[in-house]
Design a protein around this ligand. Structure first.
Ligand code: K1U
Ligand code: ZN
Length: 175
């Protein structure tokens, strides 16, 4: 397993549409999922899409277990949302590709999901709570979207300025 650098907005690769995994889930895909999980735990985060480490494939990892619970990694290959509830749920989201920015996003409260697991087995799952929030956030990454795209133009401009300031400070630290 290896730690991989996480892309930070406005890296143009984060706008790319990820491609489906064609054919079976192979050891190479499993190696990528292992790297993604290690990178996500180290960050730390509760989810990660492959494009966030520069791999434009429809692959997501997640672990929404609490600190006092055993680790519960989940792996999603070629996830599809089959159904969304009309009821909405607002949650204060963060993103490893948009560091130190948190804001409320309203999304369907429940979704029905189909995906291939770590071993390539097809699974259907009903998601709610943080599971529903996180899978929708990660699937947005597969479509080239980050959560700040949902914010008002004014908030997006504030985020852009904050990220530019973070970048400048990081460059000064390096130089
Ligand atoms: O996709 C990502 O960038 C990961 C992101 C997932 C996410 C968080 C909250 C709502 C929706 C999706 C994160 O993991 S941000 C970090 C975070 O939420 C967290 C970090 C440490 C402990 C608990 C949470
Ligand atoms: Zn994110």
């Amino acid at each position: 397993m290896a730690l991989r650098p996480i892309l930070i907005a406005p890296d143009p690769r984060l706008k790319e549409k990820s491609k489906p995994v064609e054919g079976p889930v192979t050891d190479e895909h499993r190696r990528l999922m292992d790297d993604m999980l290690e990178t996500m735990y180290e960050a730390p985060g509760i989810g990660l899409a492959a494009i966030q480490i520069g791999e434009p494939l429809r692959i997501i990892v997640m672990d929404i277990s609490r600190d006092d619970e055993p680790k519960a990694p989940r792996y999603f290959v070629n996830p599809e949302i089959l159904w969304r509830s009309e009821e909405l749920f607002a949650y204060e989201e963060g993103c490893l590709s948009v560091p130190e920015i948190y804001d409320d996003v309203e999304r369907p409260a429940r979704v029905k999901l189909r995906y291939l697991d770590y071993n390539g087995k097809q699974v259907e799952d009903d998601c709610d709570g943080l599971y529903a929030v996180c899978i929708q956030h990660e699937m947005d990454h597969l479509a080239g979207q980050v959560f700040v795209d949902y914010l008002s133009p004014l908030k997006r401009e504030l985020v852009r300025k904050k990220l530019a300031k973070q970048r400048k400070l990081a460059d000064e630290d390096e130089g």
